[in-house]
Design a protein around this ligand. Sequence first.
Ligand code: SAH
Length: 398
Amino acid sequence: MVGGGAVATRRVPALLDAGAELLLVAPEITPALRAHADAGRLRWIPRPFDPEDLEGAWLVHVAIDDPQAAAAVSAAAAQRRIFCVRADDREAATAWTPAVTRHGPVTVAVLGGGDPRRAMTIRDAIRPLLRESERKGPLLTDSVEQGSPVNTGAGSPGRVALVGAGPGDPELITLRGWRLLTEADVVVADRLVPGLLLDELRTGVELVDASKIPYGPARAQEEINRILVDRALAGAFVVRLKGGDPYVFGRGGEELLACAEAGVPVTLVPGVTSSVAAPAAAGIPVTHRGVAHEFTVVSGHVAPDSAASLVRWEALAALRGTLVILMGLKNLSAITATLLQHGRPADTPAAVVQEATTGGQRTLRSTLGSVAEDVAAAGVRPPAVVVVGDVVGVLPLL
Ligand code: SAH
């Protein structure tokens, strides 16, 4: 790479991602490039170009403004039969940088016949078509990630992906989660999973609604584990879709262990957790400079005075940072009473965010001393997140 300005800064990440061994020649470079150099991801020679720099190179990118200096690099490259990309003059180049879209293992690269904007327009037009074809059938399998191609049908190995679906808005699933969902043969979904995501599954997918499984919670979990393992052993690609992040009060760990014990390959795709996203959607940052340097996420599912509680509420009462309580509505008055009793001030701001990031989102603002009463009076229902701390006041509530 000859040049250390904006063009080089934009191009370097893709080269590094492709595994290039990168030599950067430029008297001065941007802070972003310096960070790559400091981290050892590329080697920087802080001086102008010298033809000797091309020794051993396969490809040279010219990203400098001075046309004469750029032409000198081109000439040196041509003499050595090294392909040369010219950011300043595509006519003088012997190689060109395409506009790219990636879908798992597949890369589509578009050259626009000299017009980069045309290339980008066409690339942008192709992107949704790729998604569309994924939806119709698992045309793009996941071989890079998994090491072996995914086959479906009896006798061939299946696998399980535990995928975080995000807090509710279907757009808040990750790109990888979405791609795997479009490739699934079987989808096992939770109650809190955005229904709109399931709307878009390709036809022929077996959809298992985990919330409709009868029996008590413990038996139901065993049953879910059994479905994941059985379908995968029968050759299916199973996506276990869970609200928020699979490992935040989601029993994702148990499901992973069940698959591992049965010898089923299993991967995890993290999700946007409601513990951070629900406050954010209501205009509450879980940390804020000068206000809170910590946030603690706790389950309110088990009452504070229960023998089964693993939470030291008296210790939480002594913190001054942000407290985010999930599954906290049922025990809210016992929880707030415990926090008050152990010293958290009654006038600490508190808020409750119900059905965050969905059409039904609503926010109730209160204080630690009054929130339990206010929630009952306002008829707030699960799913809801309770936030306690001074961060509740720092931004205008949405
Ligand atoms: N794994 C999930 C949490 C599962 S526990 C995650 O990472 O988000 C279920 C609890 O999450 C609910 O009782 C509620 O407290 C919270 N929750 C999940 N989705 C929510 C939403 N859209 N709005 C508010 N709270 C939500």
